[in-house]
Ligand binder design. Structure first.
Ligand SMILES: Cc1cc2nc3c(=O)[nH]c(=O)nc-3n(C[C@H](O)[C@H](O)[C@H](O)COP(=O)(O)O)c2cc1C
Length: 219
């Protein structure tokens, strides 16, 4: 698989096959991802990847705990119509693929709640970093996460990033033995093998036209 194939075949997968992810494969991915760039080479990212019974135990805690206030805000762009439109488009594709109508609030809530068990993925990566990290290091961490996602594709694996997990930061930090004062829980990442036939993994996604977002000068 070349890089273009990894980029274009990656999509957020929300239905997984009942097939475990082995340690050797995931270690290989994480080992290579260390070569992601970061400003000043700080390498701010940290993660724990959980599978098997420990994952079930953590999910039992997540599903029985009310969500907390998220420690960071991922909703701000929704104030502007252009961004709101992009969110609406992905919601339409996602819920539409499951046959959930626009006005079916309960159905939507139920579908969203599947985030709590990471869509039954066999493994979940929890990503965190010390709270002293600022915008630049959040961005570095995103680059590292994307590197992980692309390397997973090379191994035939799929993923879905999950900022949803920020609503359970306290539960997750407790479980992982992380100091609440020191660590920001950034996101989860469901990892496993995609169910190729699931409509939820096949709805059409939208992207803005290149020339609306990137300018080329001096060519
Ligand atoms: C940092 C980050 C957090 C995300 N959190 C969630 C999440 O909590 N739940 C979810 O279903 N998708 C989540 N997504 C997936 C996005 O909805 C998805 O990337 C976007 O709609 C584009 O679709 P694609 O990944 O299939 O290309 C997240 C993506 C990123 C990058």
């Amino acid at each position: 698989m070349n890089v273009t194939e990894a980029v274009t075949s990656r999509r957020s997968v929300r239905e997984f096959l009942d097939k475990p992810v082995d340690l050797e494969t995931i270690r290989r991915v994480m080992d290579t991802a260390r070569w992601a760039a970061s400003g000043c080479n700080y390498q701010p990212w940290e993660a724990t990847i959980v599978t098997g019974q420990p994952l079930k135990d953590l999910q039992a805690k997540i599903t029985t705990t009310p969500p907390q206030e998220a420690e960071y805000d991922w909703t701000a762009p929704g104030q502007e119509d252009a961004y709101k439109g992009r969110l609406n488009a992905v919601s339409k594709g996602m819920f539409g693929s499951m046959g959930i109508a626009r006005d079916d609030g309960e159905g939507r809530m139920k579908a969203m709640a599947r985030n709590a068990t990471s869509f039954d993925a066999p493994a979940v990566l929890f990503c965190y970093f010390p709270r002293l990290m600022k915008e630049a290091q959040w961005s570095d961490t995103g680059m590292w996460l994307q590197t992980v996602a692309l390397l997973l594709r090379e191994e035939g694996l799929d993923s879905c990033f999950q900022e949803f997990m920020a609503l359970y930061a306290n539960v997750i930090r407790d479980f992982l033995g992380l100091d609440h004062d020191r660590y920001m829980l950034f996101c989860g990442m469901a990892i496993g093998y995609r169910d190729p036939d699931a409509p939820l993994n096949n709805f059409e996604r939208e992207r803005e036209p290149l020339d609306d977002t990137v300018k080329f000068v001096g060519f």
